[in-house]
Design a binder for this molecule. Structure first.
Ligand code: NAD
Length: 474
């Protein structure tokens, strides 16, 4: 077995595969490939009677557009290689979904489960302070968001810290996204990445040729699904697929093992169980086994790795039985596994597209913060008034002409309701996921030399980044 490439090497190999099919000037290709800068900070926080030192990172991959954007992750094994890989993925992700940002990512080496809420607040404030004073958090230069191990709570703390240090900045709230709705956030951000995974699958199944390529047929409804990681992304994806699209989630793989129910698991219940018991073991809704990794190899239609990187590698790729894999996590398939799976005809919906729902709705939140007004506030009632005019006129016509029909109360209720923020966010996200998929598949389907969606996605994204540099005369 060949040595497994690191996460950053994997991303570079995937980049190189696409770049080899392009005609970029060599200097520009190198400029787009490399990570511009990585800031490493070590800071101390006094707690539990001692001074503890923490190590944090903020990488900026590409500033072809500013601000740069990318989450902050809290995990014990965060390192420079990982943060840089994630930052470059952000560049290509933003380009693919046409969010006007460069790519960045941050991380803090910490296991948040080992700290109290109040301790985490002090650590987060201190980390934010270090980044803010260097403009590595700033509404016009660098805008973080949640990622693994962080949530709207940390984002609210970061926003507050920025506001304290920049008391006259009217756009202070736009310094970070993924905030709670009552703290300058936007409806639909928490669910956004999982919702985006759902929209990506819905779009995939609108193309019978693509479905056939994966050796599947028919619609999304009825498909069996295995999910790894029931965190923010995995939970929302699993919940929507099972409750709205008719999929059957048969396996949930978590840190402590796997929960199995061939008739389909009740996702909300399992999530609740994990919240109270710290894992899936003992959950009465399915059968437990402690070998979670082996469950990735179980037969299913769709495999959704939604936990961490590198879980499908040269060592298990041959045994993966899923026909379609959608990378809800960043980098769950190493470059060597990607090659094995591709040769075996497994279709992979790649991370740079599949989990772009988060940054898409972050973009909406940033725009909302800069415009200082909630989406839909000006139009909603006017839209309702215009719809009411039509409904009244139709009912008058039916009565005057004695046509004898009426509009059902259900239709009227739905038609008359103007779109609020959540409906507009979902509509914008759905549109983004459809458009981005179509731009990828057009390249995949129209070019003989493009073997898969990942290469196609990189081609589209690198092309857009290159065009942006070239427009600046570089
Ligand atoms: P999270 O911390 O909310 O959830 C991660 C989940 O994975 C947790 O339930 C954890 O218990 C589980 N997990 C950890 N190690 C595991 C293991 N070895 N086996 C099985 N399960 C394990 O994180 P998240 O925000 O859902 O992020 C998950 C992935 O999605 C990451 O790769 C992240 O970069 C990516 N992502 C997240 C967002 C976002 O908006 N949160 C956006 C884009 C991409």
């Amino acid at each position: 077995m060949s040595a497994e490439p690191s996460f950053r090497q994997s991303v570079e190999l995937m980049f190189n595969r696409a770049a080899a099919l392009m005609d970029l000037p060599p200097g520009l290709e190198e400029k787009i490939r490399v990570c511009n800068s990585t800031y490493v900070v070590r800071f101390g926080v006094r707690m539990r009677g001692e001074m503890r030192t923490f190590t944090g990172y903020r990488s900026v991959h590409s500033e072809h557009m500013e601000p740069v954007k990318g989450g902050i992750r809290y995990a014990p094994n965060v390192n420079q290689d990982e943060v840089e890989a994630l930052a470059s993925l952000m560049t290509f992700k933003c380009a693919l979904v046409e969010a006007p940002f460069g790519g960045s990512k941050g991380g803090l080496c910490i296991d948040p489960r080992h700290y109290e809420e109040e301790e985490l607040e002090r650590i987060t404030r201190r980390f934010a302070y270090e980044l803010i004073k260097r403009d590595l958090i700033n509404p016009s230069q660098n805008v973080p968001a949640p990622d693994m191990g962080t949530s709207e709570r940390e984002m609210a703390i970061i926003a507050d810290q920025y506001a304290r240090m920049n008391t006259t900045d009217i756009n202070a709230r736009a310094c970070v996204t993924g905030k709670p709705v009552n703290g300058g956030g936007i409806q639909g951000r928490t669910e956004a990445t999982g919702r985006g995974v759902e929209y990506a699958l819905q779009e995939f199944f609108r193309h019978p040729d693509d479905v056939a390529e994966a050796g599947l047929s028919g619609k999304l409804e009825g498909k069996t699904v295995i999910v790894q990681g029931l965190g923010n992304v995995g939970y929302h994806a699993a919940l929507f697929l099972s409750t709205e699209d008719g999929c059957k989630v048969t396996h949930i793989i978590e840190r402590d093992g796997v929960l199995i129910n061939e008739n389909g698991l009740d996702i909300a219940h399992v999530r609740d169980w994990i919240a109270h018991h710290g894992g899936v073991k003992g959950c009465p809704h399915g059968t437990y086994s402690e070998n979670g990794a082996a469950a990735l190899e179980e037969p299913c239609d769709i495999l959704i790795p939604a936990a961490l990187e590198g879980v499908i590698h040269a060592g298990n790729a041959e045994r993966i039985k899923a026909k379609l894999i959608i990378e809800a996590a960043n980098g769950p398939i190493t470059a060597s596994a990607d090659e094995v799976l591709r040769k075996r005809g497994v279709v992979i919906i790649p991370d740079l597209y599949a989990n772009a729902g988060g940054v898409t709705v972050s973009y909406f939140e940033w725009v909302k913060n800069l415009s200082h007004i909630r989406f839909g506030r000006m139009q909603r009632r006017q839209e309702e008034a215009r719809h009411l005019l039509i409904v009244n006129e139709l009912e008058r016509l039916s009565k005057d002409k004695e046509l004898g029909w009426t509009l059902s109360p259900d239709f009227k209720e739905q038609y008359l309701r103007g779109a609020g923020e959540l409906e507009l966010v979902r509509s914008g996200l759905d549109d983004t996921m459809r458009e981005a998929y179509q731009s990828m598949r057009h390249v995949w389907r129209s070019r003989q030399d493009v073997p898969d969606l990942r290469t196609a996605g990189y081609l589209v994204a690198i092309g857009r980044v290159a065009a942006s540099y070239q427009a600046k005369g570089l």
